[in-house]
Design a protein around this ligand. Sequence first.
Ligand code: GLN
Length: 453
Amino acid sequence: LSSVELTQDYLKRINEIDPQFNSFITVTDELALAQAQAADNAIANGETSPLTGIPVAHKDLFCTEGVLTTCASKILHNFVPPYESTVTARIKAAGAVALGKTNMDEFAMGSSNENSYFGAVKNPWNINTVPGGSSGGSAAAVAAGLCVAATGTDTGGSIRQPASFCGITGLKPTYGRVSRFGMIAYASSLDQAGPMARSAEDCAYLLQSFAGFDTNDSTSSETATEGYLASIDSPLAGLKIGLPKEYFGDGLDSDVAQVIMDAVKEFEKLGATVQEISLPNLNLSIPSYYVIAPSEASSNLSRFDGVRYGHRCEDPKDLLDMYMRTRSEGFGKEVQKRIMVGTYALSEGYYDAYYVKAQRIRRLIKEDFVKAYQEVDVIMGPVAPTTAFGLGEKTTDPVAMYLEDIYTLSVNLAGIPAMSVPAGFSNGMPVGLQIMGNYFDEAKLLNVAHKFQ
Ligand code: GLN
């Protein structure tokens, strides 16, 4: 099978079955076939990498040169970036074929992929349920076999939770492990890109291609990347697993808890030891995150004003009118709400009470993890309290929606890496096991996940 034939098959499949799931915003047929042809040429010349000719898809938050990049927002409905993000550029340089751009929650704000200007994404396991969010399009596309792997971003769970809901594997790397250059920013101190695929091994190949320092992102780490494939099959004998008691309390669905506990038993069979630990500030992660993330978003999103790119309102009467109408028309409800919350939290007189306090809590959450990793190698727990919920079920209840993020947010606040790995099913829907690691321990996470698969 040539790379062109493989790409044609995938494009045909997207064309035939994606209308049910709505996982793509843009499909780049011609570009994909040209890249596939280049891959076939590379193969003929013996110049291959593990990703040569592999069909992938990118969350529509990565700027792709010459290809529409919307962030699932009306405000960017016509935005064609003049440059390429580091992540997508590196994947391309490794020879992969990009099939298109995947659907998401607008500006990555959401946990169900229902906040997209281009419509909700449906979970391939049951199209009456959500795929999770915000990287719901990437997760659904991988789960439905519409691409081999995809990129996602995770600010508070957006790789792990959709991976869990769609029964695939996803990794959020350590903050700084991957360059954010060319990613449309949501909350810059939390955002991190990572791979979503069917297995830990596939995630390792993808991460290997794009992790590492980038002169274009001053927050990218100069710590050398490890060989993510080299240790992927190492034995787990002696691995110390911590189970935070707070992750198994009220609010966790009992079937989900059972799947997680069964998975932990498998690790014991593989030679790991398990101990209870405590991450006492778990409950503070939601209030802290939902102050910090909207604050950063309110600042990041101020650039969308109708002046330089994107949507602009009709016939503005003056500059202020243009800003106001452009932004009211261009941003969806959830985005507007967060801009207002963030602007309020950062405003004079409230800054200390909200933003500074949230940052203090963030420090406590980080310290909980630092302490835990003095005793254990990895921490395990659920990704989300439930399996995929019904479309529309939580859209009118923001608190219920935000509670979905309880087990994922603290990882971003601390900046540690974490994965979601398929662990089983509850009522026919996939359940993901969350594996959290110490800073820059991606190789260990991939190893632990791989041995379980
Ligand atoms: N659900 C969280 C939010 O709405 C996380 C989203 C994300 O990780 N991008 O902010």
